[in-house]
Write a protein that binds this ligand. Structure first.
Ligand SMILES: Cc1cc2nc3c(=O)[nH]c(=O)nc-3n(C[C@H](O)[C@H](O)[C@H](O)COP(=O)(O)OP(=O)(O)OC[C@H]3O[C@@H](n4cnc5c(N)ncnc54)[C@H](O)[C@@H]3O)c2cc1C
Length: 497
């Protein structure tokens, strides 16, 4: 049976980054990457709806080690996909990816100090088995086979086309059509202005509003620095600038929500036609950053509303009709196409089932360790990025930590690292502290977080930089199971050989 030191699951933004870190920091480590799909890129290959783009800046969504040289700070999906694939090629990672291989289960054996991973060959339906010393999930955070979509009353009567953005049909004829986009998150906010250019009309239908902030697509400081400094130096400076600005705005939102609400409201009011009902459509009932804030690049959504190409309706769907949607207020929205931008179905570890020495691991019953490992589960890491900043900031730190942990195990001559759980009395909280529906719906399937370090998720890049890059690696962790080399070294140290 084939064995590798590290088995990475997933060849998206995180899997490629993790492999690059591993290759650079631990050149002697053997590894492979399993990818369920037939392409590198994950999210940025899967999502193909018009206008697909990042909603955070590419200096922080990009890797620390690979400067973003694209012209726009908030980039379109194809440019991000190209960046990931180019990085994989440049670092010789693409050869390590085994496509059409879905990891379905992993069993840890303490006597063997290894995982046995069962793999489904998605192209042929066959099965194969691999073993590895360390398993590293880079599987993202949602199901690929289906997005989240509630059942709408009367949808079976609708005579038009219903589309979920996760599965946008390549041949969908949307130009010149009346389109209703149901949803208020980043996807709806991206889609509406992108469709508005050529659709007959676009309506964004939301049950409740989201905080929206307009940001320039071009970063003038970044562009100036890139003209005057080498790309890596400019990338590093802009990355830190954006980290600090994002962290500042998050902390300010938590400490002075009323001030931030006022600022956001002023920005929206100024961007919309005079007399627009900002209270109904743009004033959420929660505080900023209780849910993810939506960025509107160069105010494109507001421009579409100002131009009359798009409008926003805050109401509840009473029923679909043959020609559109009837709302609780009695208003009817005529539609040829309804796009259900209703979100993702969250999933941990790409649906892989786990057991440790024959005992099933139920992730929802465990506590996360440093937001990376699961207490009581040996030699397993997952890459889970920030929810209040760019994903990759945490993904990069996670990779650095995993490499440090593997280094420490080598130094100590141990084949097993098992994070300890917090004291039984320590209170726990959901892993993701957002009040959004898509998060609360899946909270029970995710591990909990503890109240104190190393079980608490700080969602704070500065703190995590210290904790993951510099602080003690094996804080509240047991290193055990001596490797043959470790056993010899221990015997020599004890004077028994
Ligand atoms: C539309 C959209 C826009 C986003 N925009 C931003 C943004 O602007 N900024 C930001 O920070 N975040 C954003 N995110 C979050 C985004 O998912 C992350 O930024 C990033 O792409 C995650 O990369 P990943 O590699 O961890 O996961 P993914 O991109 O989801 O890749 C996971 C990979 O793992 C593979 N996989 C999963 N399970 C298995 C298995 N069992 N076996 C084998 N392979 C498996 C999948 O096929 C996939 O290729 C966005 C998400 C979406 C959906």
């Amino acid at each position: 049976m084939e064995h590798v030191d590290v088995l990475i699951i997933g060849a998206g933004l995180s899997g490629v980054g993790s492999a690059c870190h591993l290759r650079t920091k631990r050149p002697g480590t053997s590894f492979a990457i399993l990818e369920a799909r037939d392409a590198i890129g994950g999210t940025w290959d899967l999502f193909r709806y018009p206008g697909i783009r990042s909603d955070s800046d590419m200096f922080t969504l990009g890797y620390s080690f690979e400067p973003w040289v694209g012209s726009k700070a908030m980039a379109d999906g194809p440019s991000i996909l190209d960046y990931i694939r180019t990085t994989a090629r440049t670092h010789g990672i693409d050869d390590k990816v085994r496509f059409d291989r879905r990891a379905v289960s992993a069993s840890w054996s303490t006597p063997d100090a290894r995982w046995t991973v069962e793999v489904e060959q998605t192209d042929t339906g066959g099965r194969e088995v691999l073993t590895c010393g360390f398993l590293w999930g880079n599987t993202g955070y949602y199901r690929y086979d289906q997005g989240y979509r509630p059942d709408f009353p009367g949808e079976e009567h609708f005579g038009g086309i219903l589309v979920h953005p996760q599965h946008w049909p390549e041949d969908l004829e949307w130009r010149g059509k009346r389109i209703v986009v149901v949803g208020s998150g980043a996807t709806a906010v991206t889609l509406v202005p992108a469709l508005a250019g050529e659709a007959a009309h676009v309506t964004m239908l939301q049950r409740s509003p989201t905080y929206m902030v307009s940001r320039p697509v071009d970063d003038k400081i970044a562009n100036w620095l890139r003209r005057h400094l080498p790309a890596p130096a400019a990338h590093a400076i802009v990355r830190w600038k954006n980290v600090l600005l994002t962290q500042f705005s998050f902390e300010l939102s938590r400490r002075a929500p009323d001030l931030v609400k006022k600022g956001i409201r002023k920005g929206v009011t100024d961007a919309l036609p005079e007399g627009y009902d900002v209270d109904t459509d743009f004033t959420p009932r929660y505080d900023p950053w209780d849910q993810r804030l939506c960025l509107v690049p160069d105010g494109d959504l507001f421009t579409a509303i100002n131009d009359g190409r798009a409008d926003l309706v805050t109401d509840t769907i009473e029923t679909f009709t043959r020609t559109g949607i009837r709302l609780a207020s009695g208003i009817e929205l005529a539609a040829d196409i309804v796009v259900t931008a209703t979100g993702l179905a969250l999933q941990l570890l790409g649906g892989i089932t786990l057991d440790v020495d024959g005992t099933e691991v139920v992730p929802g019953d465990t506590v996360a360790y440093k937001g990376i490992m699961l207490c009581g589960v040996p030699n397993l890491a997952t890459t889970f990025g920030y929810t209040n900043a760019s994903w990759t900031l945490k993904a990069d730190l996670t990779a650095e930590y995993v490499c440090r942990l593997l280094d420490l195990m080598d130094v100590r001559g141990t084949g097993q690292c098992t994070p300890s759980a917090p004291d039984a009395g320590e209170p726990t909280e959901p892993f993701i502290d957002f009040s959004s529906g898509y998060v609360t719906r899946s909270a029970a399937d995710f591990p909990k977080q503890g109240a104190t370090t190393p079980w608490r998720l700080h969602q704070n890049y500065l703190r995590d930089t210290w904790l993951l890059r510099f602080a003690k690696v094996d804080d509240a962790m047991t290193l055990s199971n001596p490797t043959p080399a470790g056993a010899v070294a221990a015997a020599q140290a004890a004077g028994t050989v």
